[in-house]
Design a protein around this ligand. Sequence first.
Ligand code: G2H
Length: 248
Amino acid sequence: MGRKFFVGGNWKCNGTTEEVKKIVTTLNEAKVPGEDVVVVVSPPYVFLPFVKSLLRSDFHVAAQNAWVSKGGAYTGEISAEMLVNLDIPWVILGHSERRQLLNESNEFVGDKVAYALSLGRKVIACIGETLEQRESGSTFAVVAEQTKAIAAKVSNWDNVVLAYEPVWAIGTGKVATPAQAQEVHADLRKWVHDNVSAEVAASVRIIYGGSVNGGNSKELASQPDVDGFLVGGASLKPEFVDIINAAT
Ligand code: G2H
């Protein structure tokens, strides 16, 4: 199958120029398992060109969001065309913070994924259930519905990474156990197998996000269907390097 391990750092709405320089310096000096892992960091928009100019060439950058269609009169938004113009290859879409705080629906996220892909961007598409949904036993129904809305708009999955991020584990320090993560990832891969294709199920990377840190990443990475991570808080710290090395 050969799914290359993928580690994304989602800096969210954090950082000053000085802090950004410090994080990039740490990354540039880090020893990582070369070709065996894809590393993508996602600073806030305003720092994207700056980070891209300083960052080592084997690491990549991602935007944290992009508008759903061609840019224009959408105050405060950033378009996928701008990402093309600035040569920003990746974009995170459908993060639960945007789904919850900004009311992004499954369909809207599906449209955003399709539009970014149509402009040649690579997408980290986020899905995940709330605590209430997990406790009511609807975890997989929720995740399948979110994935279905993406699958409805996407025909080529080569440039899609699926990030399973249980909302109850995000920024809470309450990480999913390796068994909990593996269970959802395996169910999700089966869903892709049954609803998209066996080829896509075998090749699509399903990464885990939610309070990943240097201490828990190795065991999570050992799960057969965990193909990497989307890391928030810990991606701002030197332990991000340990997470990059978790699969080795
Ligand atoms: C989940 C994750 C990064 P954190 O949002 O996407 O954040 O690692 O801080 O839980």
